[in-house]
Design a protein around this ligand. Structure first.
Ligand code: ZN
Ligand code: ZN
Length: 558
């Protein structure tokens, strides 16, 4: 027995040294074990409200090294990232980023829409069954109950047995509530008005935590009640249009739309703290509050992944009022870059460099101010809604004997009264088609589709594909209108969004940090790809309505 054992041992030793010898001969390095999933201590989702992709490139030379440039240079840049549905607005945008699907599935078909069952307009995050927390106003009566599917943040909560914390932060309630999902620990938003407080809903809690109460009690928000001047000398802002021009709104109490904007002087005429929303300081307050949440909630402090969903809303307010080509928008992005740098360096310090993952995207982009395009000889314009309504009512009266067959027009969708049509013995499909054809003859309307077409066909590209992804059979309307490229229904100053056109769909997607490759792609990615990408990175289940695809090239798995 002893001899046999000895022989076996010697044999085994020989084999080991043989294998070892062969390995050494190859001189190949030991392969790194491939992780099945990455577990950052914290995921930070950043949505920049109304950020066009070209803000990244147009203002590139103005940015410092620690913000946008750090995310692009050290992370992954999806240069051809698009919304794949319309309407391109804030509620659907935030929901689609976090659910990995489109309004056809998640049900958030607008910021507001006409609810066919209730027969009235509803707000995407409104919920009367909950009370405000942190305010006596009704601005806290909110919840994500109209969102029909789970978010990536919900899936993280489920995966970690509710141990991973999820917090949503934004000036806009919908920008905080929808990303944070149904199972969030909390979502906080800005009350504005007289108080400038951060508030929430009884959906999450009965009382503000101490760190929020302390933040509200501090004079942090008051420090931003100051004149808005440009961060750098205005003559260096060569990437935007003339400061005083006809394409920007004029704030109440001001005699010029040029810098400086003396916010304290026009404070009371412009809704007090609500004025802060329409300035870059609103983003700085959001960054301050998000960093207070990081500290107050100990996010990223242990090995269980937490999620902080931040949305910067001031970019949208500034874009709506001053337009995408204004000095105001340029200054807002230069200052946002500094706020991003501040967030990243704090994450390095508190969570640790390489221990967190960040993505940055937008909830929609925006159009160049059409009046500026017109002055630049580019086809553009404004829909004459009043004139259209008059002509349309005449048509309805003549064709159906009543204008009551139309219940509502919202988000470029017409809602017909199915009961009245049935009583008049008019086939719904026929009515949809006749009304669509009538509206197509109106100036500024480029394309029309009917609900029936959305039901019957499977569109794979172009405008009808985008409309179909936004079309929810239970919630959407009967006739869909597409204005001419470059046309909007809006004031003659400022920019807006909502259309299926490329200027509203093209937005940045930057990924950075743990598990992320360094690089870029010009392949088309879609907004619904973000949630399954993050899910794959974390090794957690996809949100339950996901229709997007993980973007393989951004992840480090080899
Ligand atoms: Zn928005
Ligand atoms: Zn907007």
């Amino acid at each position: 027995m002893r001899t046999t054992n000895l022989i076996l041992s010697v044999l085994a030793l020989c084999m080991i040294s043989l294998t070892y010898g062969q390995r050494r001969k190859n001189n190949a390095p030991e392969p790194e074990p491939v992780p099945i999933a990455h577990s950052p201590k914290l995921v930070v989702g950043i949505v920049v409200d109304q950020m066009r992709y070209d803000y990244l490139t147009r203002f590139w030379n103005q940015y410092g090294e620690g913000g946008f440039k750090r995310l692009v240079n050290e992370g992954f840049n999806c240069k051809n990232n698009h919304f794949n549905y319309a309407p391109t607005s804030t509620g659907p945008g935030h929901t689609s980023i976090y659910t990995g699907t489109t309004p056809a599935v998640h049900g958030i078909i607008g910021n507001d829409w006409f609810d066919k069952e209730l027969g009235k307009d509803v707000y995407c995050a409104g919920d009367d069954s909950y009370a405000s927390v942190g305010t006596t106003s009704n601005l806290g009566q909110m919840s994500p109950h109209r969102m029909l599917t789970t978010t990536i943040t919900d899936q993280l909560r489920l995966h970690t047995q509710m141990r991973g914390k999820v917090i949503g932060v934004a000036l806009k309630d919908r920008g905080a509530i929808l990303p944070a999902g149904h199972t969030a620990n909390a979502a906080y938003w800005f009350e504005g008005g007289e108080t400038g407080n951060w508030i929430t809903s009884s959906y999450y809690m009965d009382e503000l935590p101490q760190w929020v109460a302390d933040f509200n009690a501090s004079d942090k928000v008051e420090t931003y009640k100051k004149p808005w001047t440009t961060l750098k000398p205005i003559e260096t802002y060569v990437e935007s249009g003339l400061d005083a021009n006809n394409y920007e709104g004029l704030q109440k109490g001001e005699t010029s739309n040029a810098f400086p904007h003396d916010l304290p002087a026009i404070w009371d005429q412009n809704g007090q703290f609500d004025l802060i929303r329409r300035s870059p300081y609103g983003n700085s307050i959001t960054a301050d509050f998000a960093l207070a949440a990081l500290e107050g909630e100990d996010l990223g402090a242990d090995t269980i992944t937490d999620f902080l969903a931040i949305s910067f809303s001031s970019t949208d307010y500034v874009g709506h009022f001053f337009g995408v080509n204004s000095k105001e928008i340029e200054d807002t992005y230069i200052r946002l870059d500094q706020d991003l740098a501040r967030i990243l360096s704090t994450l390095d310090e508190k969570v640790g460099k390489g221990e967190y993952t960040v993505f940055l995207t937008a909830d929609h982009a925006a159009i160049h101010v059409p009046s500026y395009l017109m002055d630049s000889k580019i086809p553009a314009g404004y829909l004459d809604m009043g004139g259209m309504r008059e002509k349309f009512n005449t048509f309805l009266q003549y064709t159906y004997g009543t204008t009551d067959v139309v219940r509502d027009l919202s988000n470029y969708q017409l809602f017909l009264d199915h009961t009245i049509l049935a009583n008049l013995d008019i086939d719904l499909d026929d009515a949809q088609e006749a009304i669509a054809k009538e509206l197509l003859s109106y100036e500024g309307i480029a394309q029309v589709y009917t609900g029936q077409q959305m039901w019957e066909n499977q569109y794979t590209h172009g405008i009808p594909y985008i409309l179909q992804n936004g079309y929810n059979q239970k919630r959407s309307g009967d006739v869909l209108l597409v204005p001419n490229v470059g046309y909007i229904s809006y004031s003659r100053t400022g920019s807006t969004h909502g259309s299926p056109q490329i200027y509203d769909t093209h937005v940045p997607l930057l990924l950075y940090g743990k598990g992320i490759q360094q690089g870029s792609t010009v392949n088309r990615t879609e907004i619904s790809d973000i949630a399954p990408t993050i899910a794959t990175l974390l090794g957690i289940a996809f949100p339950n309505g996901t229709t997007g695809q993980p973007i393989g090239e951004v992840m480090k798995f080899d």
